[in-house]
Design a protein around this ligand. Sequence first.
Ligand code: F0G
Length: 361
Amino acid sequence: AKHYTGLIDRYRDRLPVSASTRVISLNEGNTPLIQLQNIPRLAGKEVDIYVKFEGLNPTGSFKDRGMTMAVTKAVEEDSRAIICASTGNTSASAAAYAARAGIKAFVIIPEGKIALGKLAQTLMYDATIIQIRGNFDQGMNLVKEVAELAPVTIVNSINPYRIDGQKTASFEIIDALGEAPDYHCLPVGNAGNITAYWKGYKEYSADSDTHKAVTSKRPVMCGYQAAGAAPFLAGHPIEHPETIATAIRIGNPQSWDYAWAAQKESGGWFDKFTDEEILEAQKMLSRYEGIFCEPASATSVAGAWRDIRSGKIPEGSKIVCTLTGTGLKDPDTAIKQCASARTLTIEAELDSVKRAILDHM
Ligand code: F0G
């Protein structure tokens, strides 16, 4: 078999590319769908929970799925520069794919609110970083305005090619499970990803006979937000979003209507979680499953945990939680969270090492 060369090649017939399109790819997609083994037992419920670990994409987040499409199309349309506003992951991804394509990337980020790993990546990929004394929503507005005045292609998820790339995650899940899960849990920030997943599930289930899916089933979509940045729970934009999960520190989601429709059409719901609950879910995944995701990503598991334990998601269900980014994106929050963890400091001698082991078995 030919080696894996990215999601555009894999799902070419379902994406807006032609045989002559130059594909800009870093072999993104094809991420593992990992069944949780210990957390269902801790919840005391009979459920199948899988995590779609999008942190294993080339730049460490799901953004690469959308970016391969958006940058491929930008290059096809002769664009020389791309621009985005970002809480960090979109900027890292845009910068990487621009480097790959040989075009310029401009990224607008909120000063002081970007996780360290994301900043390091974006610097290394050599994007032009524009820090603003403002938040993501203000950055987003500026991007939309400046794109009218300068020759730059917007690669935020308001670019429809982003959604097309990201919808392939649903295809992969159906290909892996043979059908859609009963519930799909996602963190929601700018709301592009829940939009993309729902689009993917609808498309793929509509012609289930043409591929491996055995039914036209669609999942219930559950969108989970950080309590301090939960416009879908408030029913309106939030002016000053705040959360430790900086990836989803967003008050005015651009894909509001699509996300709302995904929730409504699927019979799903939105819910919100405190920073403490989000960090607990992040720690639980690391400690009990060996899966380290970034805080925002753990919101999907915080949601599944609450709704499984309450019975809102019934026993016997098959659930997929998307883990949107790797834990290495935000080492500061991880280390701070483990400040009270047991780190032993000893003399560099055999006896001390032996004692350290025996005392802590
Ligand atoms: N999880 C992570 C790790 C993210 O980076 C984002 C969004 C989301 C969840 C939410 O996805 O916006 O499609 O609802 N990050 C964007 C960025 C905003 O700039 O990196 P969404």
